[in-house]
Structures are given as C-alpha cells and as structure tokens.
Design a protein around this ligand. Structure first.
Ligand code: UD1
Length: 422
C-alpha cells in the first residue's frame, strides 16, 4: 500500500496545469453509449475512477483504445451486456450513469447500487423518480437497480433536491425518449453543462443546461463525435487553496475562471490575492499569499455556491487562519471525517451537526494521518503542505481516484512530497 510523506512549510511557487474534470468525464464516457458509434474523448484525466469506468465499458463489449496523445477512442457498438454488477461497479459513485445511458439507448439496464465516498446516505431516489416518469419499470433487487421499458416518453420532472447525478442521468435517458422532457430544479454545475454539450455534439437537442430548467427534445438519431472535457473545477480549487495555505505564489493554467468564482471570492475575503488572466491560449488564475489569512465563513451550496467538494480542503486552510471561521455543510450530512485528522495536527475544530467552528491556530504540525475519502485526502495534503514538520497520509487510494499525478504537480511547485510504496 502506498502512502504520502510530506514535509510542510515550503512556499508553493510556479505554475500548474489543471487536468480534465473528473465528474464530467465519469458522465461523458457512459453517455457515449447513447450514440452507438465511435467517439474520441479528449482531455480525460488519468485517474483511477476513469480507468474503472473504461474497464466496465470494456467488460460490456465496448472497444476502448488510448491514443498516443492521451485521448480515448470509445466504440460502444459492440455492447452486448446491459447488466453491470460486481465490485468494480459498486465501488464507484458514477456507475449510476450507466443506468441513464443504457436505458436511453437499449431500454434496459441492471446496475449494482452505486458506492463512492462515505460522506452521507447518498440516495438515488431522484434518479429513479426521473426514469419512472419517462416510463421505465424499476425495481431494486439483490443490491442492483433493474430498469426496463417498452419505450421511453418525455415527461416533466421536478427534482425534490438539486442533484447533479439525477440531473445528468435523467438528461441521458431523456435523449433516448420520444418527445420533450423538462427537468425543473435541475443542477447547474459546470459538468452538467459539459455533458449537455457532449450530448448536443452527438446530435441531441438539450437546451437550458446551466439554468435550473433543462429541456430535452428526445428521439433524435445520434452520431459519434470528438469532444474535449472541461478543466476540473475542484482540482483547480484544491491547488488554489494549497497555494494560499502555504503563503505561495502559483499560476494555475487551463481553468475556467467563472467556475471558480466562489473559491476566488472566499480566498480574497481571507486576504489572499487572486487574479485572472488569459495568455492567448487559455485562461489562468494566479494566487498569491504572503500573510496569515483571516477567518471566513463558508456555506456549501449547489453551483454557483461554494462547492461541497472543496469544503474539506478549505477547512484545512482555515485551521491556521486568524480568528474563528464557521463552515456549514449543506449538501452531505457526514462530510467532516477529515476533522479528527486535522485535530492530530493541532487544529481546533468544534463540530455540531452540519456546522464546524474552527478556532484558527497559529500553526499546524505534521502528524501521521489517514484519508477517509477523496476530498478528505486532498484536505490532508493541503494541511500537511502548510504544516511545520513531516506528515504521512495513508489510504491514498482515495486520492488516486480523483487527482491526476497530484504528487508530481505539487513537487513541481516546490513541495516536499513523496509517494512511498510499502
Ligand atoms: C456529485 C459528485 C460529487 C459532488 C456532488 C455535489 C460525481 C460522481 N459526484 O455527487 O463529487 O460532491 O455531486 O456537487 O459527479 N440526493 C438525494 N436523492 C438523489 C440524489 C441526491 O436525496 O436521488 C441528495 C444527496 O444525498 C445530496 C444532494 O442530493 O445530499 C446532492 O447530491 P448529488 O448532487 O446528487 O451528488 P452526487 O451526484 O452523489
């Protein structure tokens, strides 16, 4: 088992390039099933979750080929299995997208109930409600969701909670339905828009993605296409926060600054300088910090609010801020598993249900740490980079799921981080 050894206290300096968005990639790969033809997917991140989705599609009969420039050629025409169960599927949250994609294309699917990070209950009732509204029969049996339909017919679906997963999944199934589907109270995250753009590139008619009402005109003939996934908002935010936490000066390349406004605003409120630029090829953000940050309050919200996926890294940053910060986690009910680990480093954090009160300490100190989930792992890296002394972080398989070459990227910024294989 590998672990990270990090000696903190080094100011991060230099430039880093952000990879393709994990949560967009994990939806776009299964969405390619809908067209039944070969697609070339560019800017996919080389992360464990993407490898797992590729393997799942291969096991179903799809052809998957990596091109020399790092893109993926995916040909779903040979798919001959609509049942995907087993450990690989249940380990992954995003496996639920196979439901929408298979149902949309073949009108049948059997998918193991999704796993993913243990950060709350994470039900899929809204996905199921949406598919049922389109005419699918759905039962949950033996740990799997079984869905089938004679045909799917467009419907008006109001989501009871703003769910990224349900919005994307219903959008995919609706592309394979006859007539118009309207998703109201839809999620507006950048990856919802990215998936809609990909669907449209294949010939679908999806309008309104990025607003809270999405309209899908289904039943069109789709075709293969070439598509480049957007840059990862959460990876970019993680590097922004790490730069700020180490009093660094980092240029973050290949970003979409509007996707990062909530993070930029909070970092600036804490006294960090965040500037945006365009080098003629791509947008970049520069984060510069030279003094102890001020405490700020955070409430996680659906986009364009502060993303829950950056709540944990942000808490690592605020642990050593001047003053008291309040952090309210509104999306997931159990996303504070990083707190006992930060406490081992000297952080002073009081939890009460979904609220954390952080009494900023002068400094964090290195400690032996264990990652409980993906973004908790990212938070511990941020804390260890900023802390005095050496930390070890175990369970880094969680981090491998969602961050491409993270130790190489931090090393290139001057961090003292080593991946040690035991
Ligand atoms: C996705 C992301 C995850 C991110 C989250 C919120 C992927 C693979 N994962 O997760 O990184 O943290 O969005 O931005 O893209 N809910 C229900 N019923 C449902 C669906 C969701 O009650 O059917 C609830 C959830 O429990 C949660 C909230 O709605 O409280 C938002 O969940 P959702 O946006 O669906 O998150 P995920 O798709 O699981």
């Amino acid at each position: 088992m590998a672990y990270y050894k990090i000696t903190g206290g080094k100011r991060l300096e230099g430039a880093v390039t952000i990879s393709g968005a994990k949560n967009a990639a994990l939806a776009i790969i299964p969405a390619a099933i809908l067209c039944g033809e070969s697609c070339l997917l560019e800017n996919l991140p080389a992360i464990e979750d993407v490898r797992i989705v590729e393997q799942i599609l291969q096991s179903m009969g799809a052809e998957v080929e990596h091109t020399p420039d790092g893109s993926l050629r995916l040909d779903p025409s040979g798919i001959n299995s609509y049942s995907v169960t087993g450990e690989m599927v249940s380990s992954l949250r995003a496996s639920y997208y196979l439901l929408g994609a298979l149902l949309g294309r073949y009108k049948k699917a059997e998918i193991a109930l999704p796993g993913g990070c243990a950060i709350g209950q994470r039900p899929i009732d809204q996905h199921i409600k949406g598919m049922r509204a389109l005419g699918a029969d759905i039962v949950i049996q033996g740990g799997a969701v079984k869905a089938s339909a004679e045909k799917l017919v467009g419907a008006e679906i109001y989501l009871d909670v703003v769910s990224v997963g349900a919005t994307i999944n219903i959008m995919m199934a609706a592309v394979g339905a006859e007539g118009t589907t309207i998703i109201a109270n839809a999620a507006k995250e950048p990856h919802v828009v990215d998936v809609a753009n990909f669907l449209n590139m294949m010939g679908a008619n999806v309008k309104g993605a990025g607003t809270d009402v999405i309209r899908i005109q289904g039943g069109r003939k789709l075709h293969g296409c070439t598509y480049a996934v957007i840059p990862d908002q959460i990876e970019a935010g993680t590097f922004m926060i790490a730069a700020a936490a180490t009093g660094g000066d980092v240029v973050i390349n290949n970003v979409i600054p509007t996707h990062l406004e909530a993070i930029s605003a909070k970092l600036m409120e804490s006294g960090v300088s965040v500037t945006e630029g365009d080098d003629g090829r791509e947008f970049f953000i520069r984060v510069t910090a030279d003094k102890r940050p001020r405490a700020v309050n955070i409430k996680t919200l659906p986009y364009p609010g502060f993303p829950t996926d950056l709540q944990q890294p942000m808490m690592a940053f605020l642990a050593a801020a001047q003053g008291n910060s309040f952090v309210v986690e509104n999306i997931f009910e159990d996303r504070f598993n990083h707190v006992p680990e930060l406490a081992k480093m000297g952080a002073n954090i009081h939890l009460n249900a979904r609220t954390a009160m952080i009494e900023g300490v002068e400094k964090l100190y290195g400690a032996p740490l264990v990652a409980s989930d993906l973004r908790a792992g990212a938070a511990l890296i941020v804390a260890a980079l900023a802390a005095e002394g050496t930390s070890t972080i175990r369970n880094i398989r969680f981090i491998d799921r969602g961050y491409e070459f993270i130790e190489h990227k931090f090393k290139a910024l001057g961090a003292d981080i080593e991946r040690i294989e035991e």
